[in-house]
Design a protein around this ligand. Sequence first.
Ligand code: IPM
Ligand code: MG
Length: 366
Amino acid sequence: MEYKIGVISGDGIGPEIVAEAKKVLDQVAAKFGHTFLYENILMGGCSIDATGEPLTEEAIAAAKASDAVLMGSIGGNPSTSPWYQLPPDKRPEAGLLRLRKELNLFANLRPAYLYAELREACPLREDIIGDGFDMMILRELTGGLYFGDRKTEEKDGILTATDTLTYNEHEIRRIARRGFDIARKRRKKVTSVDKANVLDSSRLWRKVVEEVAKDYPDVAYEHMLVDNCAMQLVKDPKQFDVILTENMFGDILSDEASMVTGSIGMLASASLNETKFGLYEPSGGSAPDIAGKGIANPIATILSAAMMLRYSFDLDQEAASVETAVKEVLKAGYRTIDIMPQEEAKRRDVTQIRTAQMGDLICGYI
Ligand code: IPM
Ligand code: MG
């Protein structure tokens, strides 16, 4: 089959990690007889430099015309990059938020899984790790605080900033349904995370989740307050299967979950709408401090490409071949620097490699 993939390389380490994911996709194409056609799309800082805007109408149209979009990362260092001298709606991140909204990508899947081979990169104690953990964070991606009205004004000579957090029941219901559907294919447990002891939006969230849960009697569910969840993620991450939560809580909790799996460089993500279309990106950022050095971990991007094969193209076997190849390379002892802890570096069976070598090795196992 032939598929059109929009490619947003973006800023920082983006181009390096996307190049490796494309290498792996090309290997999949050769092995399984598919054709992947790539179209480069500008977004973020590189788009500001080229066009003055973080996301142009042409870029949106190109993304819409693709079967799926593969993305690296966008943005720079806010304290040094000139992009952050621009008004907030002209900065790199505004491009990503707008694209999510334009494409109605309300469901953000962020799987956090501890590879047996990476136990030593996990910062948690042995007794907490146990036999590892495997959770899916489902983050609502087009509502809440990141999309509400905001303003900064002077009131009686005092600078005052306001952000608004709004959810309607439809937005909550569609993401809740997605959460229960995903849980059904996993260990059948949903933990819905909110702050219902304080926020109205969370109280509505809880009410709608309760209603949706009635349609899924085979799935267990619980509510958890977000502050408690942040604590439970490091105290006992094994308890989680699907974590269902709103936009900002999911943003924060997914970074935390990624770190307990050893490195943010391992975490893939898929942003989906009601159709087969999706935007696939690593959960990590553009890491400007290591950009261009060839040392970034491309695995999260490669695993995001595997999610694209599975969710947008229904190529389950192909997706599994990529995921297995990643495991094989880790098993063979190859590590980028971020997943190479000090003590392990001394072990003879572990080899530190660079970004491009990681891509080549993964291709070798497909
Ligand atoms: C993420 C990022 C983005 C977000 C930023 C870059 C706007 O942190 O994908 O988690 O907050 O959604
Ligand atoms: Mg984030």
